[in-house]
Design a protein around this ligand. Structure first.
Ligand code: SF4
Length: 671
């Protein structure tokens, strides 16, 4: 390939490739996809620059409006709806009805008496979006790119389509590209077929061939022969000749990078320039995304029934330890930031023996985030903490083993409660949510959970959310097996000007026709019909409220001579202090290891404690709500005093967006 000839095809004095992150995407961190693609292009000698209109959008709408997007569930498509007027100007739909449904699905968005004002605000904003898209297009076109490629994940799709359309209208010679999770397989093919201003769509992971593809496009423009397009690319030639097929999945190709060591270190320079230019820079403390693995080793064994996260890329692939260490050091040195968010879907179990001990030994002073399995053992959690991991998302999705079995999660309720206790004990912050309304679940299970959820109020609370049916999940792929009749979320029809069959191929979020109100949305409506679910929701809300009000309940224990002294300020406490001796003390100590009940009884019997004495002591501890019996296991609830402080919300390794710049100081003092 002749570099000089290629670059002659680029705009005179312009760049070869502009990479764009449109709203809505978090402003407190750069896009790892754009960082990696820019690095891959630069390594190949191409001139690339990343643009962050998602940061410009914050300047455009102001902070209060921007924060509304954080309150709306991704599946309710607010950003997509806002940008659909700019992407599809001839598309007529009932906007008032969309907003009515949005408010009904997101009761937290506004109190009823504000709904009218909020509706007017959204309608007004929708009218202003074409100006924003023009503004973003001006910024991109000012660099005179030969190619403009946008990344699209969750709510970025329509905004990306709007930008690429405007780019094509204003500079028809520019070649447009789209990639990201929203372009996987049939969704990418549908986007490509329906929206002719997008020249190329990449389904899957583009880092392995983006430079080759762009070189081909710089040479041939929109005329790149189908044979020269890398696997997973849909191009103009396919609109004429027909789209390629693949043997796996839904029959459409997807590119997968097999060798993770070939993925380049991301280049985030352009994000930090955009951040420095933002009106709200003082409100944003950036974190750095890192990627150490792709796919999911658990999903390869047993795909969680609700999970569509990995698309066609479930095969687990991890970077070698040495490469991860080098990348961490290079990012920290370049950007002076030690907050690193791993975007991996699951921590590589081997890293517990390799990467994490090295990080612990070398004391790099990092704040790391990882998604993990929930059955981590105490020593493994201590290993995480020693390595600098201060925040995890362990996939706790229920506190009832029968629900966890339905979702094929591979863990039980006792694993999850133990993990919550240990994380609080070690000062490790946890993000988690109780998912509800699984096909085949029994309402009584929620009643059982609700009975003891208040006992956990000294541990970190989670959210509560209704199950979604996502494309690529087993619920989607095998809907009939679960007696589901899935249809795209009703809200897509207010966003895309597509006929139903095309809409079904474009959508990622689905709903079951068989459930009330198109299903998954109105959790509170279902709760009024289900006593157990209602009780569990109340218990979860009380838990969150207890933490929000700043008076986090305490349940601690400490040795005092021959006794264990327990202090209890939980709302469910039966006494504020307990002094435990003898068998009760022994049980509380043994329960820290969460043993099976039968084993515990046998152990005490071996030591000469009569079974009825052990049973009585167990019952007494349960009555005092100091010990929980779940799944035949005995779990001690009090934490060992002292309990280390938890990282604050503002310490999230993936960055933080402050409401007030002075909040920074307040949080520093508080910490
Ligand atoms: S939910 Fe998590 S553990 Fe389960 S398949 Fe998806 S990524 Fe893997």
């Amino acid at each position: 390939m002749d570099l000089a000839t290629d670059q002659a095809a680029a705009s005179v004095d312009g760049i070869d490739v502009a990479l764009v992150s449109m709203p809505y995407a978090a402003v407190q961190r750069p896009s790892i996809a754009l960082g990696q693609l820019k690095a891959a292009l630069s390594q190949d000698g191409l001139r690339a620059k990343a643009f962050y209109p998602n940061l410009l959008f914050l300047d455009f709408v102001g902070m209060e409006t921007h924060r509304l997007f954080e309150k709306v569930r991704t599946e309710d498509l607010l950003a997509d709806w806002l940008f659909s007027g700019a992407a599809f100007p001839d598309f007529e739909t009932d906007h008032a009805h969309y907003l009515k449904r949005l408010m009904a699905r997101n009761r937290g968005l506004t109190k009823d008496h504000e709904a009218e004002a909020l509706t007017a605000r959204f309608m007004e904003l929708r009218k202003q979006i074409p100006d924003f898209v023009d503004w973003a297009a001006d910024k991109v076109l000012a660099a005179r790119p030969a190619i403009v490629g946008a990344t699209s994940t969750f709510q970025q799709h329509v905004a990306a389509l709007a930008l690429l359309r405007r780019i094509k209208e204003r500079a028809p010679e520019v070649v447009t590209m789209l990639g990201g999770a929203n372009c996987e397989t049939v969704m990418g093919r549908t986007t490509h077929r329906a929206f002719p201003w997008v020249d190329y769509v990449v389904s899957g992971e583009a880092d392995g061939f983006i430079a080759k593809l762009c070189r081909g496009v710089l040479r041939d423009g929109a005329d790149l022969p189908a044979a020269d397009m890398p696997h997973g690319t849909f191009g103009p030639a396919h609109r004429v000749q027909g789209y390629p097929r693949a043997a796996n999945g839904d029959g459409l190709p997807r590119a997968t990078t097999q060798d993770m060591s070939s993925v380049p270190l991301p280049d985030y320079d352009d994000y930090f320039q955009a951040h420095a230019d933002s009106l709200y820079r003082k409100h944003i403390r950036p974190g750095l995304p890192i990627e150490t693995a792709r796919g999911c080793w658990w999903g390869m064994k047993q795909h969680c029934t609700f999970c569509g996260l990995n698309g066609g890329g479930m095969a687990f692939r991890a970077k070698p330890e040495a490469q991860v260490l080098d990348e961490i050091d290079a990012l920290v040195a370049r950007y002076g930031i030690r907050n690193l968010e791993a975007v991996d879907n699951i921590l590589d179990a081997n890293y517990l023996k390799t990467l994490l001990p090295t990080l612990a030994d070398t004391k790099r002073g990092l704040n790391l985030f990882y998604e993990t399995k929930a059955n981590l053992k105490p020593a493994e959690l201590r290993q995480l903490v020693a390595a600098g991991v201060n925040w995890i998302q362990p996939g706790i999705e229920s506190l009832h083993s029968d629900v966890l079995k339905l979702m094929r999660k591979g863990v039980t309720a006792w694993n999850n409660v133990r993990l919550l206790r240990l994380c609080r004990q070690y000062g490790l912050r946890v993000s988690w949510s109780l998912l509800t309304e699984f096909p085949g679940e029994d309402d009584a299970w929620y009643g059982e959970m609700a009975a003891w959820i208040p006992w956990l109020s000294h541990l970190q609370p989670g959210g509560i959310a209704a199950l979604r049916f996502d494309r690529y999940s087993p619920y989607f792929n095998e809907a009939a097996r679960y007696d589901l009749d899935l249809t795209p979320s009703e809200l897509y029809s207010y966003v895309y000007p597509l006929p139903p069959a095309e809409l079904a191929d474009q959508a990622y979020f689905f709903e079951d026709r068989g459930t009330n109100d198109h299903g998954r949305s109105l959790l509170h409506a279902n709760a009024t019909e289900r006593q157990g679910l209602g009780a569990a929701m109340d218990a979860m809300r009380d838990w969150v409220r207890a933490w929000r009000d700043g008076s986090v309940p305490i349940l601690t224990m400490r040795e005092e001579e021959d006794a264990l002294v327990v202090e209890d300020t939980r709302p469910c406490a039966v006494a504020s202090k307990h002094r435990l001796v003898g068998t009760a003390k022994r049980l509380l100590e043994a329960g820290e290891e969460t043993p099976p009940r039968s084993r515990l009884l046998a152990e005490l019997a071996r030591d000469g404690v009569f079974e009825n004495e052990t049973e009585e002591a167990l019952a007494e501890l349960v009555e005092r709500r100091l010990l929980l019996e779940v799944d035949g296991r005995v779990l001690t609830l009090p934490l060992r005093d002292p309990v280390p402080p938890l990282p604050l919300l503002a310490d999230f390794p993936g960055g933080y967006f402050f409401r007030h710049p002075q909040e920074d100081a307040l949080i520093s003092v508080a910490s």
